[in-house]
Design a protein around this ligand. Structure first.
Ligand SMILES: [Fe+2]
Ligand SMILES: [Fe+2]
Length: 303
């Protein structure tokens, strides 16, 4: 299947006999699980699905905190976006709760890695790149590739779940698109961000093989888990292309010294982000943001 545009208007595709399929992002065609599905009647598979859905549920719960970004929104466009996103993430949270109920499962606490990756960051340049562009990009990979492909269509509960997932995918695409737009704007304004951004990408990519190792023992002989190394490789390659498109990953991966240098910058920026405080903006910019006070407009209107 051809790669589709990573935009809110991306069309939902229907692959014959494989349930709803979503077009791949701009950076890669979809990963193909080759028809492998979980067995929702098997206790061990149900545990795996419960694990995946529990991480998703936690991510959606913390996603609601994007509403916090409203306080520091630097434009009316940003304020509108964060308001809409918070409402959408709250809907996603309730929607995944419905999925749990439909599958008669109870959520479990999230994995510490997911908790770490979902932590809200007050430092705007990191927030838009790490949370929206890369983070929600990975979330979309899980929804679009894993859940939409590996939940079995023959189970009567799955059609409704996938219908809901398609709605979530479209909205998550909007969030990624916003993160990408803001990341590119910030890079144009502050080109020095390129090095720490690249270092943080390298650090994120280095975590991926650990996930594969953690599931290695269970993956053997399991139709879906056997795809884990391939899928993780797919996500890494897609993220690399995404970072190149956004302008902070080099055309060729540099040698170890340059990578370590960039990672040190990335860590430094992350540490700095932990001390960042939100500053309210709207009360300083609302007049110009509403289109007043620009040249050509009367300064004041007399009686
Ligand atoms: Fe969401
Ligand atoms: Fe989102």
């Amino acid at each position: 299947m051809r790669a589709g545009p990573a935009s809110p208007s991306a069309e939902v595709g229907l692959a014959a006999g494989a349930g709803p399929r979503y077009p791949g992002p701009m950076d890669a065609p979809p990963y193909d699980f080759g028809g492998a599905t979980f067995d929702l009647a098997s206790p061990s598979d149900r545990e795996l699905v419960r694990f995946i859905l529990s991480q998703v549920l936690y991510g959606e719960a913390t996603g609601v905190y994007c509403g916090k970004s409203l306080y520091a929104a630097g434009s009316l466009e940003a304020a509108r976006f964060y308001l809409r996103q918070a409402r959408q993430e709250l809907n996603h949270l309730e929607l995944f709760a419905d999925v749990f109920r439909k599958l008669e499962m109870e959520p479990m606490p999230a994995h510490w890695v997911v908790k770490l990756l979902s932590a809200h960051n007050n430092y705007y340049p990191l927030k838009v790149m790490m949370e929206h562009a890369l983070g929600e990009g990975m979330v979309l990979d899980i929804f679009r590739e894993v859940l939409l492909q590996t939940l079995p269509d023959h189970d009567p509960r799955v059609a409704d779940i996938k219908k809901k997932l398609l709605v979530v995918c479209r909205e998550e695409e909007e969030h990624v698109a916003w993160g990408e737009k803001e990341t590119m704007r910030l890079l144009a304004e502050q080109p020095w961000l390129r090095t720490p951004y690249y270092g943080l990408l390298e650090l994120q990519l280095s975590v991926a093989p650990m996930i594969v190792r953690a599931f290695a023992a269970r993956a053997e002989g399991h139709p879906v888990l056997a795809h884990l190394p391939g899928f993780v490789g797919y996500v890494r390659a897609r993220m690399w292309k995404q970072a190149q498109r956004l302008g902070f990953a080099p055309a060729e991966r540099p040698g170890l010294p340059r990578r370590v240098w960039a990672m040190a910058w990335g860590v430094a920026l992350f540490v700095r982000s932990q001390f960042a405080r939100s500053h309210s903006r709207l009360e300083h910019i609302y007049i110009s943001e509403l289109g007043f006070g620009r040249p050509g407009l009367p300064a004041e209107v007399g009686p």
